[in-house]
Each structure stands twice: as C-alpha cells, then as structure tokens.
Design a binder for this molecule. Sequence first.
Ligand code: PLP
Length: 486
Amino acid sequence: MDIEEFRKRGYETVDRICKYYQELENYEVLSKVEPGYLKKVLPKEVPEEPEPWEKIQSDIETKIIPGITHWQSPNFFAFYPANSSFPSILGDMYSDMFNVIGFNWASSPACTELESIVLDWMGKLIGLDPNFHSDGRGGGVIQGTASEATLVTLLAARYRMLEEYKAKGLDGEELRTISTRLIAYGSDQTHPCLNKATMIANTRFRALPTDNNFSLCGETVKQEIEKDIANGLIPFFIVGTIGTTNSAAIDKITDIVDAIKGTNIWLHIDAAYAGSALICSEYKYLLEGINQANSFDLNMHKGLLTNFDCSCLWIKERKYLINALSTASPDFLKNSASKDGLGLDFKDWQIPFGRRFRALKIWFVIRTYGAKGLREHIRKRHNLAKQFYNKILQYPDLFIIPLPSNFGLVNFYIKSSNSSKNSNKLTEMVYNRLNENGKVYLTQTKMRGQNMIRFAPGSPLTIERHINQICELLLNITQEVIAISL
Ligand code: PLP
C-alpha cells in the first residue's frame, strides 16, 4: 500500500467508522456466532499473493462484524462501560502515526513528558493529594489495565517490606524465608485481578468477608491482620475498592486506613470503574480515604470517553515502584538523560519495556470535552441509571433492588411469591430471554446465593429513549416468564 492508496483507504475507513457509529443502534448488541466460527470461514494458511484492499475490507463486513459484540451500542448495559470517543480515536491515530516505543525518556521525550503532564492534570482534577503528583516523590503512569496496576503496586509493596527486613540486617536465605510469609488482602468482592497478582508474585492472599452492603470494614481487617501476625505471617498489601465489579460497593477506606496504622502495609485503591466519578463534586467526599492510600488507580477507558487501554495509576512514593521494577540498564539503553536522572524512564514503572503513546488520547479527550464536558458525561450516565432504577421501583411485585444504585450500576432480581430458589430461576430465565432478544445486552452475577441482573448504562449514545425501551422489554419478558412459571 503506497501513500496515495493509504490516503484513499484512510478516508474510506474514517467514513466507515462514522457509518458504524451512525448505524450502531441497528446492530444486535450481542454477537450470536458459535465458538470456532471464524476458523471455518478463513483460509488455513497465510496468503502467498498480496490481496487487494477491497477484499480485505469486505471481510470486515462479512466475517468480523458478525463476531463483534457492540460495546459502543446505546443498548449495551453489560459489565461496565468502555466508552470510546472521536477525540480519543484521533489520539490513537496520531499514536499510530508516530508509532514510538516510549520505554525511556530519550526514546521519545514527548511520549514520556505528555504522559506525566496529563496524569498530573487528571490527578488535580480528581483532587488527589499533592504527594501523588510528579513534582514531589510520587507521580502518575498509564498502565494497560487495572490488573497491571494492581500487580505493579503489589510488587512495589513487597519491595518496600523486604527493604524493612534488609535494614534489620537480614539477607539471602533469610529474606527468601520472609518472602514466603508475606500475605496480601482484599475482600470477597475484590476483582480477581488481585488474586492473579498474588499468584504471579507468589505471595499468599486472603479474601476477607464483607458486610451486608458488600463493603470491607476496618474491624475485619484489623482482626484478620492480628490473627495472621500471631501465626507468623507478614501482612504487606491490601486493596480497598471504590466501586466493586459485582455491585459498585465502596469499602470503608478511612476505617481500613485506621486498621493498618502503624504497620508497613501498602494500601492500594482500586477504583477501576468508579474512580472517574471523582471528577464530580458530589463524590469528593471519597478523597478523605483515597488520599491516605499509597496508590490509586482508575480506568479512563471505562468511564471517561477514552478508548481502551488507559488505566491511570498514581503512586505516592515512586522509588518503590522503580526499585521493584528496574534492572541494570543494558548498554543499548544507556543515554545521558537517564544517566543524569533527568528523564523519566517509564519502562521502570511497568512490566513490559515497550509502551505506546497513550497520553495523546487523554490529552485530546481532556481538551476537547474540558473538565465540564467530562463531568456532564458522568452525570448523564448516572442519571440514566437512576431513571432505570426509578422505573423498575414502580413494580415492587416484580422486581427487588436490594442495594443502593452506586456509580450508575443497578442490580436487581425477580421477585417470587414462592421460595428464593424460584426467584433465582425466574431471574435466570428473564436474564436469558433479555439477551436472546438481541436488542440489549446485560450481564448477571450471583451475590450470597442470589442471582442478580446488572444494569450499567454507559455508551455516550444512550439517551432516555433507550432506558424506556429496555424497561418496557424487561417488563414484558418478566410478565411472560412469571406467567409460564405459574
Ligand atoms: N477492578 C475493578 C473494580 C473492575 O471493575 C475491573 C474490571 O471491570 C478490574 C479491576 C479489572 O480491570 P482491567 O480489565 O482493567 O484489568
């Protein structure tokens, strides 16, 4: 493909993207293909001869689109939203234009410096403590996902704890023994990425029980830590979640801070989904706890109109992260900026060496919408969820909403006049019929034995009409299911 053909195909592709967003509502949200569908329609070997673009492009229409679940659809209410936006797509186009691999400052100064600047901007917009900013001992970095943020902060916490033992004169085999006694904590609602991080890091892990609102409480933390210390374990890391995946529950962060006071336990706040809401004044009350933590992470790719991937991690003392993740620099990486400590080398803040120029899309999004536009986006989403909540609240004979609707998520289940087992069955039937219908996509969960349907609006294209449509569909399906179950 030469530059003139790229120009032609590039314009066509942008037209196709626009058409996709204009017609998105007409697509069935959930892909209906069977596993292995693509293998059946694609050749078994690499094509020997070059293929014309028309043929490649037409395969997008006929072979790829049928296997797409349309996350940007206004009728996508599943999981948590992963918003895209046009400025963000343009940011990724520029990133692809440069295609720099910004592992260290010298490899592309703009890539590193813009990242540090936009994360300081975001940190200030949220109201993070100045210790999280890059001009002190902390700073922000873009990770691919919240899972990576959890893993790297756990590694930083382990480094910090082992340093404490080194300072006491332990080394070699003694330190290895200490490592086997390290234990990390989350709750029974913490995202499984924490368990995965402990598996990778080969440390122990305990999921602590939550209260009736599915929040982790300080008293539970205190008791478990005391028990573990008495048994010879070394607590070193705890994750507090603001907006759990199941139910958007909020852990009692200030109480957890009190519970770990005087220990060397690292508190990481996972606000992958809900953290975006902190740009709005009504959520600033959460900062009291967050600002006492060692690290904080949110996914701009969930709630802030920034295309995947874009997980923003802030850390108060970057030295622990850098020391945990840096190696002796090979000769091919040596440069004067790194040597003099003047440039940031983000390869030492993450697992891989290579990294994309993701700050561009944040920069474009922040500037295009402004703080005001981003706040409007969050509030619009939360209001749509409230509308749904209020609508189904009008049918107490059909629906039970057991939890408050936090951060734009509504969990509900179908009421049964018989046993709770029947309610689980009814909820599952309604859930299956809703998704089989093809017009909408929701996800389910199970909490303390109760099946629930999760409703999380998120697409910027979703408006009140879509809420009315899903409510009507839900009502019809629920009445049908109840009628056939009688
Ligand atoms: N933490 C929470 C609270 C989440 O809701 C999720 C995903 O939904 C994750 C972590 C994992 O996010 P990621 O896919 O960015 O690793």
